[in-house]
Design a binder for this molecule. Structure first.
Ligand code: FAD
Length: 496
């Protein structure tokens, strides 16, 4: 008999367990009590992973075995048979697998099907490369896997990137006129998970943040397929144009809401991309939307994964802007009600209520605030990894350290994603009813993002001077007559 397959909680789909190579293997799932005990994970995140493991065990029936153990090593010891495993998703898990292999408990490590490109091919792509841009990587991915190409090898529609068509401000209405996203129906498994988590909280075994809520994301193969079809058939066509916009009354807008099933390993990214392309080929969705979506999965998601391995664990120590502020308590505890700035309150409430905020809320509201206030990038990375339902170790460094906090000094982002209230006012409907005025940088109603922007530039001017993309903002800073006043007030600000 082939060696059993040990699956981590983010390897739950058929492209892991039911390939020709694996379908005859027994499947081992270990629920480690330590996994969620150490840090304050969002309650709904723990629920999703727990429900996903239990659903898979139920779907596989006799083929699967769940072992509860204090640690993975102990679980494997109790299982008593050597296993094979797919490449795991974190440096810590990789080191663990290496140790277990040394002890003979793991006999083989198979490549991960959770991403399209293998680590080996990325390494040769990256070797000796001086220009390190996601856009170059993405175009090579399209060529390599033949996605959205003309027969002559060029991009369909004559362009690789339709980003400029996807940056529209919000329409003049409170919600986007798009069909609702897929929402799962809870069942007995959810009920058991909820009862078990209630008990674990009561007994002090876990200390989650966020509210419990109806489960909003897919945790089984059947649900993931439904979530994907719902998106492709009803929402892909409108994905794109308002991707960068924010509406207070519309948390989902036209976003895919697929990061959970993708990151739990329920959806095969190759299949997701092929199906999206097919919607363009059949005329069901316009090219700008399909290309925009493909870029997220075949470009960004893959880029972020490979940078995690390529840059190694020390990347997390980057702190180019010397930001050392501890995260305030209201932030860590997701106390959105104590926040006055409407954009920040809405994004933080989304995290509290759903463990989710869409990309622009993460980057231009939460990340932007943290950047302006000088929050410690490593602590912030830990926060994003635990407070979001789709947070996993590999996805954080490039997104938080690199893109959102500019802590790597420009490897991932060519300039800091810092923006004032004018940007937020243009791209959202938040400012109208807000206690602060996006045009004001001093006074009791000065917008914390507008004033925070100038204070951030002032604090970091000497570090950003060499960046050509910062020349214009730094010139603006020099012309600001009231700068000393702004900086002094912002250093004392206690209302956000
Ligand atoms: P959509 O906006 O509809 O995009 C479709 C898919 O593309 C996503 O499901 C995701 O799988 C992929 N994708 C797009 N951009 C990225 C990216 N930059 N990195 C990885 N995948 C991407 N994504 C996570 O999956 N988990 C996280 O914990 C996470 N934290 C983030 C933190 C910060 C500060 C920032 C700036 C981005 C983060 N992202 C994270 C990336 C992105 O914001 C989310 O993938 C996206 O918001 C998930 O919602 P969606 O499925 O509706 O995605």
């Amino acid at each position: 008999r082939p060696a059993p397959l040990w699956l981590f909680g983010d390897q739950l789909g058929p492209h892991f367990h039911s390939t020709p190579e694996n379908r005859d293997r027994e499947v081992l799932l270990i629920r480690s009590a330590a996994a969620f005990a150490r840090r304050p994970y969002h309650r709904q995140k723990i629920h999703l992973v727990e429900a996903g493991i239990r659903r898979l065990a139920a779907d596989l029936g006799d083929r699967a075995r769940i072992i509860d153990a204090p640690t993975y090593s102990e679980g494997l010891r109790r299982f008593r048979r050597p296993v094979v495993v797919h490449e795991p998703g974190s440096h810590a898990a990789e080191a663990l697998v290496r140790r277990l292999r040394g002890r003979g408990l793991v006999v083989d490590v198979l490549p991960t099907p959770g991403f399209v490109l293998s680590k080996q091919v990325f390494s040769s792509w990256a070797a000796n490369r001086r220009r390190f841009l996601m856009e170059d990587f993405y175009r090579d991915q399209r060529r390599r896997f033949g996605v959205l190409l003309e027969p002559d090898g060029g991009p369909v529609g004559g362009k690789w990137n339709f980003d400029h068509e996807n940056r529209r401000p919000p329409p003049g209405r409170s919600t986007l006129p798009v069909p609702a996203p897929y929402l799962p129906t809870e069942d007995d498994v959810d009920e058991q998970v909820r009862a078990d988590l209630d008990r674990a909280v009561r007994d002090g075994e876990i200390h989650p943040v966020g509210v419990d809520g109806p489960r909003r994301f897919a945790v089984s193969q059947a649900e993931a397929e439904q979530a994907l079809s719902r998106f492709l058939d009803h929402r892909l066509a409108t994905f794109g144009p308002h991707q960068d916009a924010m509406l207070s009354a519309d948390w989902a807008m036209s976003h895919a809401l697929l990061s959970v099933p993708l990151n739990l390993g329920l959806l095969d990214p190759v299949d997701v991309i092929r199906q999206a392309e097919q919607r363009y080929r059949s005329g069901a969705a316009p090219l700008a939307s399909v290309e925009g979506f493909v870029r997220q999965i075949l470009g960004w998601r893959e880029w972020v994964w490979h940078l995690y391995w390529h840059r190694g664990p020390d990347y997390l120590k980057n702190n180019e802007l010397r930001a050392h502020q501890k995260l305030p308590r209201w932030w860590r505890e997701l106390d959105a009600d104590s926040v006055e700035a409407a954009c920040l309150r809405t994004a933080l409430a989304g995290v509290r209520d759903r463990g989710y905020a869409h990309h622009i809320e993460r980057l231009m509201v939460l990340g932007n605030h943290a950047l302006q206030r000088g929050y410690d990038p490593a602590e912030l990375t830990g926060w994003f990894a635990t407070a979001f339902v789709d947070g996993f170790p590999w996805v954080m460094p490039a997104n938080v350290i690199g893109m959102s906090q500019y802590a790597d000094g420009g490897v991932v982002a060519t300039k800091p994603y810092a923006a004032g209230g004018a940007y937020l006012n243009r791209m959202s409907d938040h400012c109208g009813g807000c206690a602060f005025n996006p045009r004001k940088r001093v006074g009791h109603d000065a917008c914390p993002f507008t004033a925070g922007y100038w204070a951030f530039l002032d604090r970091n001017a000497h570090r950003l001077r060499g960046n050509p993309r910062m020349r214009q903002p730094l010139e603006g800073l020099r012309r600001l007559a009231d700068l000393p006043d702004v900086v002094a007030r912002e250093s004392r600000r206690d209302r956000f």
